[in-house]
Design a protein around this ligand. Structure first.
Ligand code: ZN
Length: 469
């Protein structure tokens, strides 16, 4: 059974992240670019499923134009606010691209200067783009969920399915739960199906179920991944035969496409705002900006890369922070060995965040391409090349050190879960790499927030940083 798909409205187009091929329309059924699939399918990571790559992976992402003027506004929701000026409703940015934008609020990120982190790391200034004030999951996934729900309303999609046991599912479930309570017409209600691995912590499954999520734990065995066809068949068996007529969209983090678009808007705005802050200092007017963000599934990372290609003026370099060994870039291992940052790393006995350790991301081909370009083992590799993304592996001790710095502050509380702290943990290694140019450099750390955690992750806060609080 082939899963149903739909096209976004005409003002949207698709663009392949790997080869930049344009597609005149963005269709949720055709997400793998025909033109470049040969470039990575011979790699061992992809060969296992190479005949059906399009069932697993995506490289084509949706795009539409948003005016720069809109992103420079002072907002009261969804996007950033400035210190002064009349506030606009943040979703004014999105009105044209999302004709059926949900009226639900989203919460608001903040751009915060963190002086003590500058002292700690050696950067001239350190800023945090803090996503923890988003109201649904307390993470930047809320921005993605807002876009998914709005598109689902526009195209009358009633069934949303995803493979997750983390914040992507939690965020969408909470927002859809609220949406369902606000519409009187039953046909406008949505159902969210969450497929989780049998490793998913029971407390998270219970939370998702409490939001009237349809949760199906699937025993896939370690390392297995689920294709879009598999997922559809599981969901169809739960939903009944009407699913194809009632609209279906698979929005596993990375399949949605639209998350990357939303993150790119936020990234552009953060760059504009930070730039205007730096212009107030003669010394830092043209400073280099290092943007550190968690690897996750790559959805946010790709959004920031797209944004900086567009507005970064060649002075913003993207740094992807990932937990040492416990990350989805399994194809990196053969190249990096044990000492990824040039020294021995401290690994946890067990990963505390299962959501970080699965190696499957629909965006793997895109991440693989980025990795190939930035491979430190390559001749002629140059850290000061601002067009290249840097991958920094962060170990347990760095994460704990960062936790103490972030969570020990009383002046401003940034809520940051273990997976988010990885970005802060990368600061010191990054400062070493920047070396002599530190005096002309600032760092912007993206804090993904503090969302749904299993017991093992919660232990990080009761044990790991016990000494500091
Ligand atoms: Zn392509």
């Amino acid at each position: 059974m082939s899963h149903p798909f739909f096209s976004f409205n005409r003002q949207w187009r698709g663009k392949c992240f790997v080869c930049n091929q344009d597609y005149p329309e963005y269709n949720t059924g055709k997400l793998l670019c025909e033109h470049c699939k040969g470039t990575y399918q011979t790699h061992p990571f992809f060969t296992e499923v190479s005949s059906k790559l399009h069932h697993y992976f995506a490289t084509v992402l949706p795009e539409t134009d948003v005016k720069k003027d809109l992103l420079l506004q002072n907002f009261s929701d969804t996007f950033l606010r400035k210190e002064s000026g009349r506030k606009k409703w943040g979703k004014d940015v999105l009105k044209k691209s999302f004709p059926s934008l949900t009226p639900l609020p989203c919460g608001q990120p903040a751009l915060v200067k963190m002086d003590k982190l500058a002292d700690f790391s050696g950067f001239k200034q350190v800023w945090t783009l803090d996503a923890s004030p988003y109201i649904w999951s307390g993470t930047y996934k809320d921005l993605r969920s807002l876009a998914i729900l709005s598109k689902a309303i526009e195209h009358n999609i009633r069934h949303l399915a995803l493979w997750t046991a983390g914040n992507a599912g939690y965020s969408l479930a909470k927002m859809v739960h609220r949406h369902n309570a606000t519409v009187s017409d039953k046909s406008q209600r949505k159902t969210v199906y969450c497929l989780v691995g049998d490793f998913a912590p029971p407390e998270i499954v219970v939370t998702l179920r409490s939001l009237q999520y349809r949760v199906a734990p699937i025993s896939t065995g370690k390392g297995a991944i689920l294709s879009r066809e598999h997922m559809y068949n599981v969901v169809a068996s739960m939903a009944g035969d009407n699913i194809s007529q009632e609209g279906y969209w698979q929005v596993t983090d990375g399949w949605d496409g639209i998350g990357t678009f939303m993150y790119s808007l936020l990234a552009q705005q953060a760059f504009y705002f930070l730039k205007s802050e730096l212009e107030q200092s003669a010394e830092l007017k043209s400073a280099n900006i290092y943007i550190v963000l968690p690897l996750g599934t790559g959805n946010c990372l790709l959004g920031f890369i797209k944004a900086m290609n567009r507005v970064g003026e060649g002075r913003a370099k993207i740094i992807s922070a990932m937990p040492y060994e416990d990350n989805m870039m399994s194809f990196l291992k053969e190249k990096t060995g044990e000492a990824i940052n040039g020294r021995t790393k401290m690994r946890r006995n067990e990963p505390e965040a299962e959501k970080l350790t699965g190696f499957y991301s629909p965006l793997s081909p895109c991440l693989y391409t980025l990795w190939q370009k930035s491979n430190p083992a390559k001749d002629g590799y140059d850290f000061s090349d601002f067009g290249q993304v840097e991958f920094v592996s962060v170990d347990r001790s760095e994460q704990i050190e960062a936790a103490a710095r972030i969570l020990g502050y009383s002046e401003f509380l940034v809520a940051s879960e273990p997976s988010a702290l990885v970005s802060f943990g990368a600061l010191k290694t990054l400062a070493e790499k920047v070396g002599d140019n530190l005096g002309n450099s600032v760092a912007l750390v993206v804090n993904s927030g503090f969302g749904l955690m299993g017991i093992k992750e919660q232990e990080f806060f009761t044990k790991s940083i016990f000494a500091f609080r």
